[in-house]
Design a protein around this ligand. Structure first.
Ligand code: PSV
Ligand code: MN
Ligand code: MN
Length: 408
């Protein structure tokens, strides 16, 4: 990379932040089984500790998304917000996006906000409003709504009735958030399949966008990269949402077949580059001050086999690398090529940025931040995963919890 590219890359790294998910540090599995890791985090404090460690190694992830039901014993307890803030501070991080859980309770068998049962819809709203109060109290800036709502068979329920109830609920939520949690974003995630098998109530970005437009200006679409049918052009979705001012953020992960939650860039790094490229292109055209694009980058991965800390550090480093590659595309030359209809020339400009070895910039930036040159290698060499495994195995045994087989 040349000097100009290196300077641009370092400036980009200064402003690149990516949020970690608390659930990415816990033992998770597939519906066929769970393979326990001794070093996996069980409590919120352990999850915040691990996120703090990843942040200390990479310098790029100061916030942690939380899942209300999985992380808090009683989210309505005002004391818990204080404790959470303090714990996060202790580990050098802050609480990021709040994820209500309106999919596990038995009440939600037929859906949450879309259920034909008014009391289930009310439970979903009550829990979400408790999550809003928690979010405001812990100093979070957004709430992420993902619903498992849908039906398994044609004719099971009225698709339009369900969506209309959901529209009303999101509007009401937006209104209430405006009163009690000023400036916070209402992020609405979509997913075409799973757990519902016939129809999902928010299947795609179009449905999310409709909900956001109906709800109000603080409602934005959340793009989870694993939530698309094969072959979908995600970067085009990103470009159009940016155009409408409705791109709220990402849940990053990679996939081969479905919502696989694999490490970012492990299957198709060029696809991630193309997403960052659309954002960089938008920033370039909008002539926005660097960093002003209000897009939240978050990781949504759960590693059932890979050691969780390794996977997270690997993900953050990969995200930094691909973000930087998209930043060094020669945008003036690209505009000239596009205006001339020079298809090959334009494509080569993207490919050459993607092929550029950006490690000199990453290393220089890490040196400037007093970080290790290679965070993943440093983590693997440190023995910390083994040590956490020993400590946590013992602590679990003392609490009388399931120990689990070991990786580390
Ligand atoms: C659902 O597949 C999802 O992507 C949502 O974002 C949930 O909050 C998360 O996964 C839970 O793992
Ligand atoms: Mn997600
Ligand atoms: Mn998912």
């Amino acid at each position: 990379m040349n000097r100009k590219q290196k300077a641009k890359a370092i400036e980009a790294l200064d402003r690149f932040r990516i949020e970690l998910p608390s659930w990415g540090f816990a033992n998770t599995g597939t519906r066929f089984g769970k393979f326990m890791q001794d070093a996996a985090a069980s409590t919120l404090e352990e999850k915040l500790h691990d996120a703090g460690l990843v942040n200390a190694l990479t310098g790029a992830c100061p916030t942690v998304a939380v899942h209300v039901l999985w992380d808090f014993d009683d989210p309505t307890d005002p004391a818990s917000a204080k404790t959470t803030r303090r714990l996060a501070r202790k580990h050098g991080v802050k609480i990021g996006s709040i994820n209500p859980n309106v999919f596990q309770d038995q009440a939600y068998k037929l859906g949450s906000f879309c259920s034909p049962d008014a009391s289930a819809r009310q439970s979903a709203m009550d829990h979400t409003l408790d999550s809003v109060a928690l979010g405001a109290a812990v100093g979070s800036k957004s709430i992420s709504m993902w619903l498992a709502d849908g039906t398994n068979y044609p004719g099971q329920d009225n698709i339009r009735r369900r969506f209309n109830d959901l529209k009303d609920a999101m509007k009401q939520l937006h209104l209430k958030m405006g009163r009690s949690w000023r400036g916070a974003k209402l992020l609405i995630e979509y997913k075409p399949f799973e757990p519902a098998f016939y129809h999902t109530d928010i299947p795609d970005w179009g449905a999310s966008l409709l909900l956001c437009q109906h709800a109000g200006p603080q409602a934005k679409v959340l793009v989870d990269t694993g939530h698309h049918l094969p072959g979908c052009n995600i970067e085009q979705i990103v470009a159009l949402l940016l155009n409408e001012g409705r791109l709220g953020g990402f849940h990053f992960n990679d996939r081969k077949y479905a919502d696989d939650d694999l490490t970012l860039g492990s299957i198709d790094p060029y696809a991630v580059f193309r997403i960052f490229n659309e954002i960089a292109q938008f920033e370039f055209e909008a002539k926005k001050a660097p960093g002003s694009t209000p897009v939240d980058y978050m990781v949504d991965q759960s590693h059932n086999l890979k050691p969780k800390l390794e996977a997270m550090v690997q993900t953050v480093c990969e995200a930094q690398k691909l973000f930087v590659k998209a930043q060094i595309v020669d945008r003036e030359a690209l505009a000239r090529a596009q205006a001339k209809g020079d298809i090959t020339g334009a494509e080569v400009l993207l490919k050459s940025a993607f092929d550029t070895d950006v490690s000199p910039a990453l290393e220089a930036w890490r040196k400037g931040q007093k970080l290790e040159k290679d965070p993943l290698a440093a983590l693997r060499k440190s023995g910390v995963i083994k040590q956490l495994g020993r400590e946590r195995k013992k602590a679990r045994a003392e609490r009388g919890e399931e120990g689990g087989s070991s990786y580390a």
